[in-house]
Structure formats: C-alpha cells, structure tokens
Design a binder for this molecule. Structure first.
Ligand code: ADP
Length: 599
C-alpha cells in the first residue's frame, strides 16, 4: 500500500453507506421515541381520566345523603388521603354545580410545580328523585413525573440500543472491508512483484476464503509459469547471444560495436589484434578516445562526420576510411545499427586489414608504368634503328649494318621475353595442368645457359655449371621450367657486376627423391626485408642498387611454375653486396596438382 492516503471508490462507497445507515438509524430512533412518547402520553391521559372518574364516583358515594358541611369535610378528607397516597397526583379540586371551589388541595411534594402535566375534570353526578343531577365537578391534575421518567428511560434505552446497533454495524462493515481489502492487498503485492520481474513469487496465506484461495492458487500457477517461461527465454536468449558472439568473435574481420552513447559494447578478437588493444582496455570506453600508434584519435573525426550525417543517408552509404596502425593499413567502415522495429541503437565499425591489397594496388600501378616503360624502350630503340637503316642503310658499311641488326635482334629478344612473361603469367595463373615428361635436367640447364650467351658476353660474365652426383631424369614440363630457369639466369645477369661469375648447381637430393637447381651470382644482393616478398606478384626492389627496370613478374612466374605446377619449392639466400642464390627443388616423380592448389 502506498503512503499517500487517497479515497478509492470502494472507500467512498463504504463512507456513504455508513453515513446513510447512520442517518436512517437516527431517523428511526427519533420516530420510535416520538411514537412511544405519544403513546405514553395518551395512556397517561387516559390514566388521569380514569382517576378523576373514579374520584368522582367515590366522592358521590361518600357524600350521598350528607349535608353540605359534612360533604365538604368528607371530600376534603378523601382528597387529602388520595393526595398523600398518590405522589403523581399534584392537585384535587372539587367545585359545586355553580363552579365555586368546594375544596382545592395540592400535594406537598409538588408545591413548586406551576403547571401540571395533565389536568382532567370529571362531573360529580348523583341520582336525585330518580333523575341524574350534576352536583359539581372534580379536577385532578397529574404531575407526569412517572411518564417523563418512563419516557426518558425508554429514550435512553432506545438510544443505547441504536448506538450499540450502529457501532456493531459499522464495526462489521469495517472489519469486512478490511478483510476484503487485506486479500486484495496481498494480491496487489503479488502483482507488483510480477510487474517488477520477480517471476515465481508465491502468495502464501491460508487464512482466506475458498474463492480467494482459488484466486491465489491461480495467481501462483501463473507466476510459476512465467518463471519457467522466463528461464527458457533466458536460456534461449543466452544461446542466441552466445551464437552471435561466437560468429562475431570468429569473423575474419575486426568488429567493434558501440551503443548510441559511443561506448564500446563488443570487440571481437580480430579487432583487438588489428587495433593492438585488449578487450578490457576498450570495453565501455568511448571509441573516439582510441589512439593509433602515432597517438592520434583516428576515429574521432569520422565518428563526428557519421553523427552529422542523416541516418537514412548513412544507412545506405556507410562511412569508409583507412587508418594506419603500426604500418598496417586498416580499412574502417562505420555503419548504423537498427533494431527490427527500426530504432537506432548504435553503430558498428568493421575493420579490414588491407595492407596487402593496398600494396598490391601500388604494385599493380607500378607494374603498368613499368611495363609501358619496358615496352616503350625497345620499341623506341627498334624504331630509331630501323628508321636509320631504312633511310640511310646504303651509307653504312656491312659491319655497321650487322651491328644495327644485332641490336635490333637483341631488342626483339627482350621484347619477346617480356611479352612472353606477361602471357605466361596469365597462362600459369589459370588452373591448366601442364604436360610433363622425363627430362634430362642437366641438358635443360646447359641449353638455358647457352641461350644467355649474347647477354653474358655483353656483360663480360661467365656461367659455370656444376652437378653433384648422378642426376636422374625429372618429370617436368620442359618449356615452363626452361622459362623459369631463364628468368633466374637473366636476373643473375642483370644484377651481376661486370666480369662476374654465375654458378648453376644441380644436386640430387636422394633422400627426398628431389633435384635441386640453384643459380648463384656475385651481384648486389637483396636485403632480408625484401627477400620475404621477392616472389610476390609485381614486387620489385627499387633503390639505389636496384635501378634496373622490370615488371616484377619474373620471380612470381618461377614460383607459380615450380610450386603450383610441379609441387616443388623455390628459395632465396642473399646478402647485400655479396650476391644472391635463387633456386628451386623439384620432385623427381611428376606431381599432379589438385584443383585447390593456389599460390
Ligand atoms: P623483374 O622483372 O622486375 O626483375 P623479378 O620478379 O624477376 O622482376 O624480380 C623481382 C625483384 O627482385 C627485382 O626488382 C630485383 O630487385 C630483385 N632481384 C631478382 N633477382 C635478383 C638478383 N639475382 N640479385 C638481386 N636482386 C634480384
């Protein structure tokens, strides 16, 4: 029950009922008292009349045959004796037939009474000569004490009875009301508990009527059902929550969920890794306050922009931006979160590590510019040489013409190699299975080295081939392995100093039934950080020592050929300033690439 006292309809009805019943009881009491008093008065009046009549008759009998003086005395004595013996009779008065007072006597106890309550006069009639003659009158006055005592006693008794009846009535009503409201209060308490979520709350009160007990039982049953339902619901919700969390946690991208007060409510494992922060450090903090490795609030501005944009726009076009954390480029997408009923509840930030893609994109752009440059150079050279020969060929001697044609030939070879690289790249990328046959790999290496003669002579280099033991025939695709080896050799030539030596070593790895081919040069070498990426598509080292242009495809082609199509392995060992060893290991028996093999 609340502290505030307020009149409910029920209370008002009770008060009105009590008031009406009080008024009714008062009316009935007044009516009954008036009625009883009237009846008593009437009875008293009749009593007075009877007394005066009796007195008249007695007086006639007593005075019959007496003379006037004796009559008067007799009446006086009689009257006095009556006055003495009847306290209620105040006055007795005899008058003769002419109205003269014969005797008038008052009761001593009523001397102070000025006006009697009831005064009754009766005629004194006697029979003279056979005729009824009026001899005078007798007047009797009654005090009315008895009647007033009786009526006051009656009034008091009645009032007492009515008051007692009213008190009992009011008490019963109040007790009844209290008992009914008590049960209602118990029920109300129970309903309150349920409304505050205390499902399973039981009303236990045995001291109630059967109907109410039934109601209480129904209530308890309902409460119990709600409790079971709640437990099932919580279990279901927990299950759903766990499922959702498991999905979010195992998602490959980082996910940070913020409520509409910008507080982080969920951060998955991947996001923790990307943002280099623990869950505890991020949960319940404002994501705007997150600092990247440079110490800048990388989300602040974008979240403000997100908040300034109308939700309908942001819902169809989330905000995308890149942040840099510890040299990694992380693409961040902020999109709003809505409930099923379309209420805005916060936002979700998806974090994707795009470092590789960004690098790839840069490399691709580089590749395009390199390829066009690489293609333009030989074409320009070819055009100028051919132009010169065409227009002024006659003016040159045979040797010069031969020299011109030699240069043209070299440029065409270079052009051809480059075009082949690009073509091979797309061919090797496809899931086609290359045909393989047993090949004498020593001969293959020698042929490749021979093809490099023009270049080696040009750079005054020597190629030395060495083999370690008996080299078995290896099942391979001749053309593709030849191109791979050519790539390694031409790189070794490109990056070797003048008069350098290139060693090609062929080894038989009997234990693993493999053959190893390595190309060692004495060139500029490659720094360790580049070695990891050197086989990536379009990757090129570009610094003061690596000034030679290229496409960045060569080593990737070698890797694809060896690993994807032959099940072998490529490797690199290099030291800056000392030289590099590139090579590959091939299984002797042909490898059948599965469809899923990707490099
Ligand atoms: P490109 O066609 O540009 O030479 P590659 O994939 O063949 O592409 O080579 C990738 C990078 O590896 C080159 O840019 C070069 O810097 C480096 N590289 C390859 N071979 C050697 C080597 N023998 N010595 C030094 N650097 C090399």
């Amino acid at each position: 029950m609340g502290d505030k006292v307020s009149l409910t309809t029920q209370n008002r009805l009770i008060i009105t009922g009590l008031f009406l019943s009080t008024v009714l009881i008062v009316f009935i009491a007044i009516f009954a008292i008036i009625n009883i008093q009237k009846k008593l008065n009437d009875g008293y009046k009749s009593f007075g009349q009877v007394i005066s009549k009796m007195l008249a008759i007695e007086s006639i009998e007593l005075t019959n045959g007496l003379n006037d003086a004796d009559t008067n005395n007799t009446l006086k004595n009689h009257a006095e004796s009556i006055l003495k013996s009847h306290n209620d009779i105040v006055l007795i008065e005899f008058r003769d037939k002419d109205g003269n007072v014969i005797y008038s006597g008052k009761n001593d106890t009523h001397k102070n009474i000025k006006k009697a309550n009831i005064t009754v006069t009766s005629p004194l009639e006697g029979i003279k000569n056979g005729n009824v003659t009026t001899l005078g009158t007798v007047t009797v006055a009654l005090s009315g004490n008895v009647i007033s005592q009786i009526s006051s006693t009656t009034r008091a008794s009645l009032l007492f009875v009515f008051v007692i009846a009213w008190v009992v009535f009011a008490f019963v009503i109040l007790i009844n009301t209290y008992l009914i409201t008590r049960e209602l209060r118990i029920l109300q308490e129970g309903v309150k508990k349920i409304s505050t979520g205390e499902f399973g709350y039981k009303i236990e009160d045995q001291d109630v009527s059967n109907e109410v007990k039934e109601l209480f039982n129904e209530f308890n049953d309902m409460s119990n059902r709600l409790h079971i339902y709640e437990e099932q619901n919580i279990e279901q919700l927990t299950l759903e929550k766990n499922k959702l969390e498991a999905v979010l946690m195992s998602i490959a991208n980082g996910v940070v969920v913020c409520d509409n007060n910008d507080k982080v409510v969920l951060v998955n494992n991947h996001a923790q890794k990307l943002l280099e922060v623990s869950e505890d450090a991020l949960l319940n903090t404002e994501i705007q306050q997150y600092c990247d490795t440079d110490g800048s609030f990388c989300f602040k501005d974008k979240i403000e922009q997100f908040k300034d944009t109308p939700l309908e726009i942001i819902a169809s076009k989330p905000i995308e931006f890149n942040i840099t954390i510890d040299k990694r480029i992380i693409k961040s997408i902020i999109s709003p979160m809505f409930t099923r009923s379309n209420d805005y509840v916060g936002y979700i930030i998806v974090l994707i590590d795009v470092t590789k893609e960004t690098e790839m994109e840069q490399m691709r752009a580089h590749f395009i510019s390199n390829v066009s440059h690489e293609l333009r150079t030989p074409v320009t050279v070819l055009r100028s040489y051919i132009d010169t020969l065409y227009n002024y060929g006659n003016e040159f001697d045979y040797e010069t013409q031969k020299e011109f044609i030699g240069t043209i030939n070299q440029e065409i070879i270079r052009l051809n190699r480059m075009v082949n690289d690009i073509l091979d790249f797309s061919k090797l990328e496809a899931d086609t299975v290359l045909e393989k046959e047993p090949v004498n790999i020593v001969r293959l290496v020698e042929e490749c080295a021979n093809q490099m003669n023009v270049l080696t002579e040009e750079h005054h280099l020597t190629i030395e081939i060495s083999k370690d033991g008996d080299i078995p025939e290896v099942e391979l695709n001749y053309d593709s392995i030849e191109r791979a080896l050519t790539n390694l050799l031409s790189n070794a030539i490109k990056y070797s100093p003048e008069n350098g030596k290139i060693t090609v070593k062929i080894e038989n790895l009997k234990d693993t039934d493999e053959v190893k081919v390595s190309v060692t040069d004495q060139g500029c070498g490659i720094a360790p950080e580049h070695q990891k990426k050197i086989f990536d598509r379009f990757y090129r080292v570009e610094n003061n020592t690596h000034t030679i242009k290229g496409t960045g495809l060569g080593l990737n082609l070698v890797q694809t050929t060896i690993e994807k199509h032959h099940g072998g392995k490529v490797f690199v060992q290099s030291e800056v300033g000392k030289g590099s060893t590139f090579g590959f290991i091939l299984p002797v028996k042909a490898f059948e690439p599965s469809e899923n093999v990707t490099i």
